[in-house]
Design a protein around this ligand. Structure first.
Ligand SMILES: Nc1ncnc2c1ncn2[C@@H]1O[C@H](COP(=O)(O)OP(=O)(O)O)[C@@H](O)[C@H]1O
Ligand SMILES: O=P(O)(O)O[C@H]1O[C@H](CO)[C@@H](O[C@H]2O[C@H](CO)[C@@H](O)[C@H](O)[C@H]2O)[C@H](O)[C@H]1O
Length: 454
């Protein structure tokens, strides 16, 4: 039986004999290099321990707080930063197959001289995680829970997904997929809450949660196991394939519009809606986000005036449709096609927005705008640029949406323009932070959208 030890949930001081004394320096270097690390634009000043649980000998589950500079330590104000989930393996020698997962060799403290690695890459640790989910229970602050009506067989072979992700996902025997949230925020993660509510609603467009991991300190969701759609292709790969072969994507885009509307209708039934009376507060939030974005990415500054007109016009429009729970970060990479049907995944929302904001009701047009921006992204990967390809997909997608929803997003152009602008602004910040080579893609949209207001 694995030894489980839960250590103090309070940050430890450097120099103590706690394993964190060995890990703090390594993590300060390693965390900012990870794709899923959110604070790449600010140096990490410290890594504080929130909880540590030994899941099995040599495998530590950690919640750490990466702190960023900005506030003096003695000010009494909590340091800024984010909480991250880690699974670390500790070995005398790192097996060559895990060399890509190395965090480093500990130089000090009780682990001095030992190799530390990201154990989500280790099939043994990944396999043990699934075993824990098959047998619900507690381990320190961790809770392993499942839907008892779904049988998960033992011994499914794990493989860590090699995808550009905001989190980390492990596929088990091509049957289930476990997504472990890397940045952890207090509360129920919408990627558990929303698919669960949709499953209860009978919506089959979204894989239903089968098991999940939570922590009680702080209360937060750490991971969700879902059925794996074997043989599925994501919408992004399919769109690029179509573009490369001059293939038409309008039939798929039309069906995708229908699928989006079905998910929206199920969400409006499964979770609370709100009869919005005015657009002013939403427009003000968009304007504020634009200001913050232009501060972070100065290339946006010449376009602020033109872009603002989209939000100003939106503020004066009638708010005649209730707001509801939506996907929140809908794009071609969030939809999977399997057996000729579209499925929607990843209901976390835009990763950089606070959890409360991501869970609050919004206009479904935000999702429509996200997908329309995605057609533009796909069209821009091709030289020469094919704007008419994106335009055809856009028309087909909206027509498909209108077919099912009974209202056409194109009938509300001011709303659509405001949400497309807000989304393009988000994308500029996202790309500047995570993939600077992609920045020209949303910047091209920014120029086009700003000119419409010029
Ligand atoms: N149920 C599923 N079946 C098949 N593949 C999946 C499933 N869920 C996710 N994936 C694959 O995992 C990738 C990452 O999943 P996603 O939930 O978008 O993670 P992240 O939030 O980290 O970006 C997806 O692009 C898709 O290829
Ligand atoms: O990691 P997530 O899938 O939750 O979403 C984040 O990363 C996406 C990129 O991987 C990013 O999407 C942007 O690039 C896509 C092409 O790679 C494009 O289809 C999307 O339209 C565009 O927004 C997404 O914004 C971000 O939240």
């Amino acid at each position: 039986m694995a030894k489980t030890e839960t250590l103090s949930l309070r940050p430890r001081s450097p120099g103590s004999i706690h394993p964190m004394a060995s890990l703090r320096g390594l993590l300060r270097e390693w965390l900012p290099r990870q794709r899923w690390f959110a604070g790449k634009d600010r140096p990490v000043t410290d890594v504080a321990l929130l909880s540590m649980t030994e899941l099995h000998p040599g495998c530590l589950h950690l919640l750490v707080h990466a702190e960023h500079a900005g506030l003096p330590a003695h000010s009494g104000t909590p340091p800024s930063g984010d909480c991250y989930q880690l699974l670390l393996g500790v070995e005398e020698q790192l097996p060559p197959r895990l060399s890509g997962a190395s965090v480093g060799r500990a130089q000090e403290g009780p682990l001095a001289g030992l190799a530390v690695y990201d154990a989500f890459h280790d099939p043994r640790s990944a396999g043990l995680l699934l075993e824990r989910l098959r047998r619900p229970g507690a381990e320190g602050p961790l809770r392993f829970e499942n839907d008892a009506s779904v049988a998960v067989p033992p011994g499914l072979a794990p493989r860590l997904l090699d995808a550009e992700q905001s989190n980390s996902s492990i596929v088990y025997g091509d049957t289930f997929i476990l997504k472990v949230f890397r940045r952890v925020q207090t509360g129920v993660n919408p990627d558990l809450e929303v698919p669960w509510a949709l499953a209860r609603q009978g919506c089959t467009r979204v894989p239903a949660p089968v098991a999940w991991i939570r922590t009680t300190c702080p209360d937060a969701t750490l991971g969700v196991l879902q059925p794996y759609l074997h043989g599925a292709s994501d919408g992004w790969a399919l769109a690029l394939r179509a573009l490369a072969t001059d293939g038409d994507f309008t039939a798929e885009a039309h069906e995708l519009g229908q699928a989006t509307a079905e998910v929206h209708m199920a969400l409006a039934t499964a979770l609370p809606t709100d009869p919005r009376s005015e657009n002013g507060p939403l427009a003000a939030a968009m304007t504020e986000r634009l200001g913050v974005a232009a501060h972070c990415v100065p290339a946006l500054q010449p376009y602020v005036r033109g872009l603002r007109t989209a939000f100003d016009t939106f503020a004066t429009c009638a708010a005649d449709r209730p707001v509801q729970r939506i996907h929140g970060d809908l794009h071609l990479g969030q939809v999977l096609r399997a057996d000729g049907e579209w499925f929607v995944i990843d209901f976390e929302g835009e990763p950089s927005r606070p959890l409360a904001e991501r869970c609050s009701p919004e206009s479904p047009v935000r999702d429509v705008a996200g997908m329309l921006r995605s057609f533009d992204y796909a069209a821009r990967t091709r030289r020469p640029w094919h704007p008419e390809w994106a335009e055809r997909c856009r028309e087909a997608y909206c027509a498909g949406y209108a077919d099912r929803a009974g209202w056409d997003p194109r009938a509300e152009p001011q709303l659509l323009r405001a949400y497309e602008t807000d989304r393009a602004v988000y994308e500029v910040v996202y790309e500047a932070r995570h993939r600077p080579d992609w920045l020209p893609v949303p910047m091209a949209a920014i120029r086009r959208l700003a000119a419409r207001g010029g």
